[in-house]
Design a protein. Structure first.
Length: 173
């Protein structure tokens, strides 16, 4: 079998994932977080505890926005979980500040308060990453794309990011 051929099991999982996504988008009663959970399926996530999130906050001297906290507790991936779009959603143990994650970048991240911006996912083995601003400033809660050159804001808050990502991942790239 070459790289372009799928086993019957792989093809079935891809079809099931696509069906779950379609179902999630068709149900207007679901929140953005519930849509993501439905799309991923029940076995992909385990969630963090409140104490785990508190430890992340203490490590970086931050308070995570409420919608991001809800994601961490309800949906945190069990491990390095790749979705069908090529996004690697990081488990809690791998979450880092942009300053820590991008320490090797010449000139740094270019972000104000990059020690309070938390990276939570990357695309196609770090072509770029998404991060949420957990500072208490005017950018609090906004989601950005870390690219190494520019860091555009792609969502006003984490729920907005999830809603747009599940509907059309390219809208937040």
């Amino acid at each position: 079998m070459n790289a372009t051929q799928l086993s019957p099991e792989q093809a079935a999982e891809i079809a099931a994932c696509a069906a779950r996504r379609t179902e999630a988008l068709a149900n207007p009663a679901l929140s953005p977080l519930q849509r993501l959970v439905h799309w991923w399926g029940d076995d992909a996530t385990s969630g963090a505890t409140g104490a785990d999130v508190d430890a992340l906050e203490a490590r970086y001297g931050i308070r995570v926005p409420g919608d991001f906290r809800a994601y961490l507790i309800a949906t945190m991936p069990k491990g390095n979980e790749w979705d069908s779009e090529g996004t690697n959603w990081w488990p809690l143990a791998d979450l880092k500040s942009a300053r820590d994650e991008c320490a090797g970048w010449e000139g740094g991240t270019g972000l104000q308060d990059d020690d309070k911006v938390i990276v939570f996912a990357d695309y196609l083995i770090w072509c770029f990453a998404w991060a949420i601003d957990c500072s208490e400033g005017i950018n609090r809660g906004k989601v950005i794309v870390l690219t190494g050159t520019t860091n555009p804001r792609v969502a006003e808050n984490f729920d907005d990011f999830l809603d747009r990502y599940v509907r059309d991942p390219s809208s937040v790239m």
